[in-house]
Design a protein around this ligand. Structure first.
Ligand code: G6P
Length: 644
């Protein structure tokens, strides 16, 4: 939530910062702002999107080689210009951008207010920059040195100003110290960048809980919430760890220390991300591009792991932990949103194939309800971003109780990936559309591989069935490709139903999590109320809602509880419901029963979620487009939820 970008170097900062904001807009988009250093710190901010910011600054002087920029997802204070970042310090010599929440901001604000400070915004972030300046000016250890700078020659003669620790000039050290001390006083999560009029040759960044990446160019540095604004300039990046503070100079080397004042050596990673992966490549929306990428992304999730001909699955990332799966008393799967739905599919897979009891938990509930966790429990944390605050906290809780934690994340090097004992990346490539699509199918693919691998180790699945399933899994990308060709059928259905106010989604067995996911997709991007239900449960409530105005999407593929589902559909038809059914190709019975059908190729029951989710994604996408909704940036949502 909230995207932050910074630049220091020899180029004009503004174009780099604005482009970076566009790339990060998926993280939040209710207001945007920029601070450029050119003589003083010049601040431009606006309520609205990055393009509104561009409009606002179009006649302004936007030159400068250093700057910071922010796109916001509001937490403290409504989205308006006042609350938009960057925020100034009282003297307007310092400015800050921040992603996260300062939980003790009210107490800090009260203390600073009592000491005569005034605040222009309602944000927690402004409190932090006031605190930094207060420490800079009033902390005795620091302020004495600041005042000595009024007489630098004299001070030098007295030996007070020196090249201080880490090879930084004394006055830079003071600013770093002030930021560091302030951060020891805040409770909560932050990724911040600070710019200073008095220290134009340095940016200071720090992080705890929220992500921050620093790109190392030739005589220039880039800072961002993720690597997407950086990748076109450099492939060398440093991921900050929690409670690390970076001193980023215009010239010279990047320096790191912890907020407990320990020096650290930056570890430089090579980015593998390709620029094309974060561009729309001719598609009108990222969501559509990502839906159509699924044949490839599912293949990438299986690459080097599935050896169908040899009857083998090898997941290198968890190889040392497979015995723990085999011995696990139970598996607990934690996640949020779409990742939680993937977890539900995982429950069916692990119980069905590997015969291990599974509980699937919303991370936000799990972490606060004093859960019983045994040392021989195995916890699987699923997260596209690897940064979701509740999932991360659930991982930390389970780890502290001695459980083994396995991650299924998409973003390499993300916080959850690093907090787990081991894991398998989904390798879906960057997902930018706020509504998750290819990440879901990649998560389900990895869960399928894991369950099959453990089932094979445990001997809980007959060899012939294992071979048959591995062969079938290998063909799933082709089947997904075929389903994508039904887009025009779904377009016609979307036009008929675009104006309804409610939808019901039903499925049984492996298709029940899909009903939930289909309903979530529709809600997220078209703002139509939709509910997902196990088809048989419908009789215990939702059936009361049924009339001729209620479309019901039924995932009605053959196998599983097909016969039972037929009866459920009859019950709906008897009450005049309009049925849109996702059916197996050639199923004449369903074809006659349903009002509208989308056919998908036959596959094994356990892989239906990978194929049947595609028409549900397309249906929600096309309805949202027809309703004129902003598909990639639905209102109130953010892609990466780094606050509780
Ligand atoms: C947000 C996103 C969803 C996502 C959920 C969990 O709500 O809008 O698309 O499923 O967070 O995110 P994660 O990154 O942990 O999978």
């Amino acid at each position: 939530m909230c995207g932050i970008v910074g630049y220091i170097g020899h180029r004009e900062a503004y174009p780099i910062l604005v482009k970076g904001l566009y790339r990060l807009e998926y993280r939040g988009y209710d207001s945007a702002g920029i601070a450029l250093l050119n003589g003083g710190v010049h601040l431009y901010k606006t309520h609205g999107k990055v393009r509104d910011l561009e409009e606002k600054v179009k006649d302004q002087d936007i030159s400068g080689n250093t700057g910071i920029a922010h796109t916001r997802w509001a937490t403290h204070g409504e989205p308006n210009e006042q609350n938009a970042h960057p925020h100034f310090s009282p003297s307007q010599k310092l400015a800050i951008i921040h992603n996260g929440i300062i939980e003790n901001y009210a107490a800090l604000r009260e203390e600073l207010t009592n000491r005569g400070y005034h605040f222009r915004s309602e944000t927690d972030t402004e409190v932090l920059i006031h605190l930094i300046e207060d420490i800079l000016l009033n902390e005795p250890m620091i302020s004495n040195k600041v005042h000595q700078q009024d007489d630098p020659a004299g001070a030098r003669a007295r030996g007070v100003v020196r090249e201080a620790d880490m090879g930084m000039p004394e006055d830079t050290c003071q600013l770093v110290e002030a930021v560091r001390i302030a951060l020891t006083q805040v409770v909560g999560a932050y990724a911040i960048v600070v710019v200073s009029e008095d220290h134009p040759d340095v940016l200071i960044a720090a992080k705890k809980g929220s992500p921050l990446v620093i790109g190392i160019g030739k005589g220039e540095f880039f800072i961002a919430s993720d690597a997407s604004p950086i990748v076109e300039y450099t492939k060398e990046v440093v991921y900050l760890d929690d409670e690390e503070l970076a001193i980023i100079p215009r010239k010279g080397r990047l320096k790191l220390k912890t907020i407990r004042n320990q020096e650290k050596t930056p570890y430089v990673h090579q980015l593998e991300m390709q620029l094309s992966a974060i561009e729309k490549s001719g598609f009108p929306h990222f969501m559509l591009k990502e839906i159509f990428e699924q044949p490839r992304s599912i293949r990438d999730s299986m690459r080097g792991r599935l050896h169908a001909a040899r009857g083998i699955v090898s997941l290198g990332g968890i190889i040392d932990y497979e015995q723990r799966f085999v011995n696990a008393r139970r598996i607990i799967i934690v996640g949020c949103g779409t990742s939680w739905h993937a977890g539900l599919v995982g429950e069916y897979l692990f119980e069905d194939l590997a015969r291990i009891p599974v509980e699937v938990e919303y991370a936000s509930e799990f972490r606060y309800r004093n859960p019983i966790i045994y040392e021989n429990d195995l916890v699987i944390a699923i997260s596209q971003s690897g940064e979701t605050a509740d999932t991360l906290a659930a991982v930390e809780l389970a780890r502290s109780k001695g459980a083994t934690i396995i991650g299924i994340c998409n973003v390499v090097g993300s916080s959850i990936a690093r907090a787990t004992h081991a894991g398998s990346y989904t390798h879906a490539g960057p997902e930018i559309g706020v509504a998750s699509t290819k990440a879901f199918t990649a998560q389900v693919t990895v869960l399928s591989l894991m369950a099959l691998s453990i089932a094979s180790k445990k001997g809980s699945i007959p060899k012939a069935r294992l071979h048959q399933l591995l062969n079938e899994l290998e063909h799933i990308p082709e089947k997904v490709e075929r389903v994508l060709k039904t887009a025009s059928v779904i377009q016609e259905i979307s036009e008929i139903f675009k104006d309804v106010r409610n939808f019901l989604y039903l499925g049984r067995g492996y298709n029940f999590p899909l009903a939930l996911e289909g309903a979530l997709k529709l809600k997220e991007i078209s703002y139509i109320h939709a509910e997902g239900y196990p088809a048989a449960e419908m009789k215990h409530g939702p059936i009361a809602l049924i009339d001729e105005n209620m479309p019901v999407v039924v995932i009605a593929t053959r196998k599983g509880s097909y016969e039972k589902l037929l009866s459920n559909i009859q019950e709906l038809k008897a009450r005049k419901a309009v049925i849109i059914a996702i059916i197996t190709e050639g199923d004449q019975v369903m074809r006659e029963l349903a009002d509208y059908i989308v056919e998908i190729p036959a596959t094994d029951e356990i892989f239906v979620p990978l194929v049947a989710t595609i028409p549900l994604q397309l249906l929600s996408y096309q309805i949202a487009v027809l309703r004129g909704c902003n598909v990639d940036q639905p209102r109130n949502l953010a892609k990466s939820v780094t606050v509780e």
